[in-house]
Write a protein that binds this ligand. Structure first.
Ligand SMILES: Cc1cc2nc3c(=O)[nH]c(=O)nc-3n(C[C@H](O)[C@H](O)[C@H](O)COP(=O)(O)O)c2cc1C
Length: 183
């Protein structure tokens, strides 16, 4: 447990009705809460706040780190997620991004590779560590639980630990020298 929680924004990738994103994101949020060290808020394109430019800008500016939970559609990530990313610009800078992906047989890995390029172009810091659910619906219980022996629990722990390291280091660095001053 940390005395000074870092601020984690949880981005929902899908805005589809009856989306599986709710199940995966709820699991990821519960894992982050249980491991501690974060205060968490959601950025969800299915909500009015998730489509409101000034609200998104404020929430991204306040965040120290991002956890993106995204499905893959036709080898890419959803337009709704790109809409949230593009609504904000400098507020992503010098902050780390980790990924939880899900889908069919690719587990969303191609969507995440594309997102790494997008976030790098925004001067964010995409992490290598990620969690991917192949055939995601088969892995979760009907009530949204994930069996204890699922390797995603440990993968999520590792990704969150590395995300926390980067979030802490980059928060200190931003306070010492604003990122724009490095140009
Ligand atoms: C039109 C369509 C295309 C899809 N393309 C892919 C794909 O390229 N790779 C993959 O892993 N899963 C693919 N899937 C499976 C989705 O990732 C899966 O249904 C997921 O649950 C969608 O997320 P959502 O329910 O949160 O919107 C596709 C599903 C649909 C309906």
């Amino acid at each position: 447990m940390h005395a000074d929680p870092l601020r984690l924004a949880l981005l929902y990738g899908s805005d589809r009705p009856l989306r599986f994103c709710d199940t995966v994101a709820a699991w990821a949020q519960a894992r982050a809460t249980a491991l501690g060290g974060w205060s968490i808020q959601r950025l969800d394109p299915a909500t009015p706040a998730g489509r409101d430019g000034p609200t998104l800008l404020r929430r991204v500016r306040e965040a120290d780190a991002f956890l993106v939970v995204t499905p893959e559609y036709n080898h890419g990530y959803p337009a709704a997620l790109k809409g949230m990313i593009d609504a904000v610009y400098t507020q992503w800078q010098a902050k780390p991004v980790a990924f939880v992906s899900y889908g069919g047989m690719s587990g969303g890995l191609r969507a995440v590779e594309q997102l790494r390029q997008v976030f790098a172009s925004l001067h964010a810091v995409p992490l290598r560590d990620s969690v991917a659910f192949v055939n995601a619906r088969d892995q979760f219980d009907p009530d949204g639980g994930l069996p204890r022996d699922n390797p995603a629990h440990e993968a999520m722990r590792l990704a969150l630990a590395r995300l926390h390291w980067w979030a802490s280091a980059l928060r200190s660095a931003r306070l010492l020298t604003p990122y724009d001053a490095a140009a």
